[in-house]
Design a protein around this ligand. Structure first.
Ligand code: NAP
Length: 279
């Protein structure tokens, strides 16, 4: 069997087109563009690249972006102050605090300084709770993007056994909750899981969200399963052993070109949504 590719680049393109249209309409109506503020602390090259990509994508879609860059020795208090100022700035619609911040900073405190109405990256406890309760709110962008990608291919989820490998607050946990909300039967695996291979072998849907190159072996994949690889490791390698997994899976996301483009597209869509809600 050779899996059908879940093409995040193609699906994100149409999401970006509809976002661009909404941004144009918002700008015509209000005389200003929807605005995303990005906050970057320190000089981690990968984080700098991610922020640059998000800002350049904003400009291409007709949003404006405002960059706040802070030195690596920024204190928690100072960062909270900066984020709070953006939260009360009427010209800012959405706020993205690039994760991870330097280790000495209390990242949770900084995230919680984002006003819920501007939490377009879906990182606050408010957004997480709203998502868990099935209430309106912003989704964490990578999990939300994954669901949009699965929906674009009409992948059935109800009654399916889903295994999420990873339980981080921005990725593993929320993606499991979104799958649960679609009536999948969800199992979380993590670094203390006794037999990861056995859990994955049972899964109709596997989401890999770890950050370890090819941790999920192709031979573990149940024939016909849906494989979503959110991992991104040096050398454009995901968390799934792609070639071998693609031989067995029914659907699979490539790395790159799967989950990554959906994440950015959702961030921009949610920024326009925040601007519309405010207006
Ligand atoms: P994270 O916070 O480091 O979490 C990693 C998770 O993997 C943890 O829950 C950890 O378990 C689990 N884990 C570690 N080793 C494991 C093992 N041997 N077996 C099973 N589980 C194991 O990472 P993250 O922020 O969620 O990111 C995960 C990956 O997604 C990274 O590659 C990152 O680059 C990528 N990512 C991609 C996007 C995108 O837009 N495509 C966005 C965000 C992240 P414990 O909880 O027990 O420690």
């Amino acid at each position: 069997m050779s899996a059908q590719i879940l093409d995040g680049t193609a699906v994100s393109r149409s999401l970006l087109e509809s976002t661009a249209e909404r941004a144009r309409a918002f700008t015509d109506n209000t005389g200003r563009k929807p605005t995303l503020a990005t906050v970057l602390v320190g000089d981690d090259p990968a984080s700098q690249t991610y922020v640059r990509m998000k800002r350049s994508r904003c400009e291409r879609v007709g949003l404006s972006s405002r960059a706040v860059e802070l030195p690596a020795d920024t204190s928690t208090d100072r960062l909270v102050e900066e984020v709070s100022a953006l939260s009360s700035d009427a010209s800012v619609d959405g706020i993205l605090l690039q994760h991870p911040v330097p280790a000495h900073i209390d990242e949770r405190a900084a995230f919680e300084a984002i006003a819920p109405g501007k939490d377009v990256d879906g990182v606050t406890m408010h957004s997480f709770a709203a998502m868990a309760f099935g209430e309106a709110g912003f989704h964490s962008c990578t999990p939300g993007g994954i669901l949009r990608l699965l929906d674009a291919y009409e992948v059935p989820l109800s009654g399916k056994r889903a295994v999420v490998v990873g339980r981080s607050p921005i990725l593993g946990k929320p993606v499991g909750m979104l799958l649960l909300a679609r009536d999948a039967t969800v199992t979380y695996c993590h670094s203390r899981t006794a037999d990861l291979a056995a859990a994955v072998r049972e899964a109709d849907v596997v989401v890999a969200a770890v950050g370890k190159a090819e941790l999920v072996r192709g031979e573990w994949i149940k024939p016909g399963a849906v494989v979503v690889d959110a991992g991104y490791n040096p050398g454009n390698v995901g968390d799934v052993e792609y070639a071998a997994a693609a031989e067995r899976a029914g659907y699979i996301t490539p790395v790159p070109g799967g989950v990554g483009p959906m994440t950015i597209a959702l961030l921009l869509e949610q920024t326009v949504q925040a601007a519309e809600a405010k207006a």
